[in-house]
Design a binder for this molecule. Structure first.
Ligand SMILES: Cc1cc2nc3c(=O)[nH]c(=O)nc-3n(C[C@H](O)[C@H](O)[C@H](O)COP(=O)(O)OP(=O)(O)OC[C@H]3O[C@@H](n4cnc5c(N)ncnc54)[C@H](O)[C@@H]3O)c2cc1C
Length: 405
């Protein structure tokens, strides 16, 4: 069975008991978060109470460095594995909550890496002292979906002392819940980071105070099959002014230094949580129904167990690489994401096959994991991920951040 933690991938003298941190998240997840998950899902509501509980438990600033009052986790601080195990515990009971948390944690990594000392002092204080939530928003898909009436995208205008952002973004996770968003926007026009042209220098990162009255959320756009509690709404920027002091890093730095690659294995950790949640559900189910002597059930349980163990081994490997060989880690994270997407989908399918039709009757954790995972894995395209891995082997140029063709 999987051990939830392994000191071998941790720094030699941890200042914080990391095992205890994961345990703290697990306790909350198995208790209040599991109880609330069905409501957040059905109502497509931001998991505000869960986030408040995490803050009350001293977990609001996972990736803020220790010297700023945070927990000092994540790839910047030399301990990705603990962070990913915390995310996994959340994902086991609520993948939407895990996405909101992982978006917050990833945004703080960006600040730690690219913000100035003055910006860090300002923004980390808000997180540590007031529990302010962050998120990063790129989503500006350019090719309209069939039947889609409006086009998405932002335009930037340089003005005295800052920029004007005008337009819309979609897939804005934690819309209405977060206080700050890191906007990934392009001086070349609509497209954000994923759908913009090829000039990396055109990509700017800017911190947007979401309390600004020029920013509004349109939830009518959001009625998905899963990940409903992420409230990844359409957000409108009505000539929002972003002062120069809120620009993060140098133009293009996010792409040239491959910062997105730090977050790709974090998605894999959430997928692993989905797999473990489904596996645990199936185990309990067949034991309760006493189907443990069925040879097919036994095989399914065996496959699921090996799948979650494989996912855990991959994450340990990538976490260790981030401390030893970051260039290798950038690619290994995408390999882990590929492997985990498939292992998680197989595990969920096997859990459904093992438990039968009643496990898909709402509300139930397995049917929710099934819906959520189907949607979450669309966050990036695994075909393009694999092509990127192939290109890296074949000596061709590739985009390890967003797998652009
Ligand atoms: C639950 C959820 C939450 C999210 N939250 C956030 C968030 O908070 N912040 C954020 O920045 N993003 C977020 N995203 C990312 C968001 O994934 C993308 O913006 C979104 O997936 C793009 O929408 P799409 O897949 O419908 O369309 P497309 O991007 O058009 O993709 C459709 C398909 O076309 C392919 N494709 C795209 N461009 C090309 C091209 N040029 N040539 C050939 N094929 C192409 C894609 O790989 C994909 O397979 C989130 C995604 C999900 C699922």
């Amino acid at each position: 069975m999987i051990n939830n933690h392994d000191a071998a991938v941790l720094p030699a003298e941890p200042a914080i008991n990391r095992e205890e941190l994961v345990g703290r998240v697990r306790e909350l997840a198995r208790g209040a978060f599991l109880e609330r998950a069905a409501h957040y899902d059905q109502a497509a509501e931001f998991p505000a109470e869960d986030m408040a509980d995490l803050a009350r438990a001293g977990l609001a600033a996972p990736t803020v460095p220790l010297e700023y009052g945070g927990l000092g986790l994540g790839p910047q601080c030399g301990d990705s594995y603990t962070l990913w195990m915390m995310t996994k515990e959340l994902a086991k009971v609520d993948l939407s909550l895990a996405r909101c948390w992982e978006g917050h944690a990833n945004s703080l990594v960006i600040l730690d890496a690219l913000a100035t000392p003055g910006q860090k002092a300002r923004w980390f204080a808000g997180v540590v002292e007031r529990g302010e939530l962050w998120v990063a928003w790129s989503g500006e898909p350019q090719a309209p979906a069939p039947g889609e009436k409006s086009r998405f995208g932002t335009n930037l205008t340089k003005v005295d002392g800052g920029y004007i952002v005008d337009g819309t973004k979609v897939f804005c996770t934690s819309a209405g819940g977060a206080r700050w968003a890191i906007l990934l926007v392009s001086t070349a026009g609509p497209g954000g980071a994923r759908h913009a042209g090829d000039d990396p220098e055109s990509l700017l990162l800017m911190a947007c105070d979401l309390a600004d009255p020029s920013v509004s959320c349109d939830g009518s756009w959001w009625d998905p099959i899963g990940m409903r509690g992420t409230v990844s709404h359409l957000v409108k920027f009505d000539r929002t002014f972003i002062p120069d002091e809120n620009l993060i890093g140098r133009p293009g730095e996010y792409l040239s230094q491959g910062w997105q690659t730090r977050f790709i294995p974090h998605y894999a950790a959430a997928f692993l949580g989905a797999a473990e949640g489904a596996y645990q559900f199936a185990l309990d189910y067949v034991r309760t129904q006493n189907k443990v002597r069925d040879p097919y059930v036994q095989q399914h349980i065996g496959t699921m167990a090996v799948n979650v163990e494989t996912g855990d081994l991959w994450l340990r490997h990538v976490a260790e690489l981030w401390n030893r060989d970051p260039e290798e880690a950038k690619l290994a994270g995408s390999r882990a994401r590929h492997v985990m997407e498939h292992l998680a989908e197989e595990t969920v399918k096997l859990a459904i096959r093992t438990c039968g039709a009643r496990s898909l009757n709402r509300p139930g954790i397995l049917e929710r994991i099934y819906r959520d995972l189907s949607f979450y894995v669309r966050h990036d395209n695994d075909d393009h991920n694999l092509a990127m891995i192939g290109k890296s082997i074949l000596g061709q140029s590739y985009d390890a951040s967003f797998y652009k063709p």
